[in-house]
Design a protein around this ligand. Structure first.
Ligand code: FAD
Length: 221
């Protein structure tokens, strides 16, 4: 199993037992999620901006308007920190103190580069679309030259990465197991409701299967 090398920045200090450094765990989390938070400093001011992403092999891709401060700043190759979090459950303990959450989260450090080459950029945009809605790209009009020009794509190497996961029931202090209060886990998951057709859609166009059966659960890769 391929492991990430721990660095000073990715060494877990407080919760080492829940850490993981194998690429399979991180890929699974990154493939199930689709929103990341991008942290960077611009002229000494920290920003943390939510945005969509896709993973392609050992790269994380983000995209957006050429005018975006986030993308312009990151494109200069500055240090960036990106996080992805999946909330799996609320953990209700017998004491207020030991309440917790079941979760899987990834932190990535590195420097992004701009994806400029036309075919590479198109492939990245396709990957972003397919990461969020598999099957969509082939159905829709492809970006034209103007749209391509207005869109910036950045690629961040998945080299310096850490993962933390929590699973399982609450962990109470031994003496608290006698407290007569419900304890356990409220599992959480992201579920899609039935798609709502655009009011301007001709009545004969039905929602595609990828909209009807939308799920974030991804087969293992
Ligand atoms: C779920 C989700 C997915 C998104 N996906 C993308 C994407 O794929 N590509 C993309 O370009 N953008 C995406 N956005 C929008 C993104 O968060 C930024 O708003 C956008 O990229 C503009 O960034 P900027 O650095 O130019 O913002 P600026 O306009 O420079 O930000 C100025 C100020 O506006 C406020 N601000 C900016 N963004 C937000 C925000 N999202 N919420 C609250 N306050 C904000 C902050 O105070 C910030 O300092 C997404 C947002 C969400 C919530």
């Amino acid at each position: 199993m391929e492991k990430f090398t721990q660095t000073a920045r990715t060494t877990l200090r407080r919760l080492p037992l829940r850490g993981a450094f194998d690429r399979e765990s991180i890929n699974q989390i990154l493939d199930e999620g689709f929103i990341c938070h991008v942290g960077f400093a611009d002229e000494g001011q920290p920003f943390v901006i939510p945005t969509g992403y896709a993973r392609v092999n050992d790269k994380l891709l983000v995209h957006g308007s050429q005018a975006s401060r986030m993308l312009r700043t990151l494109g200069q190759g500055i240090e960036v920190c990106v996080t992805v979090t999946l909330a799996d459950g609320l953990v209700l303990a017998r004491s207020a103190f030991h309440h917790s959450m079941n979760y899987r989260s990834v932190v990535v450090f590195g420097r992004a580069t701009v994806v400029d080459e036309r075919e590479e950029k198109l492939a990245a945009l396709r990957a972003l679309s397919e990461h969020m809605i598999p099957g969509r790209w082939d159905d829709v009009r492809a970006p034209n030259e103007r749209e391509l020009h207005l869109t910036t794509v950045l690629s961040l190497p998945l080299d310096e990465v850490s993962v933390i996961m929590r699973t399982g029931p609450p962990l109470d202090d031994e003496e608290d197991y006698e407290v007569a209060v419900w304890a356990g886990v409220i599992p959480l998951r992201l579920v899609a409701d039935a798609p709502i057709s655009d009011p301007r859609l001709p009545a004969e166009i039905d929602p595609p299967d990828y909209a009807l059966g939308y799920s974030r659960l991804r087969p293992k890769r």
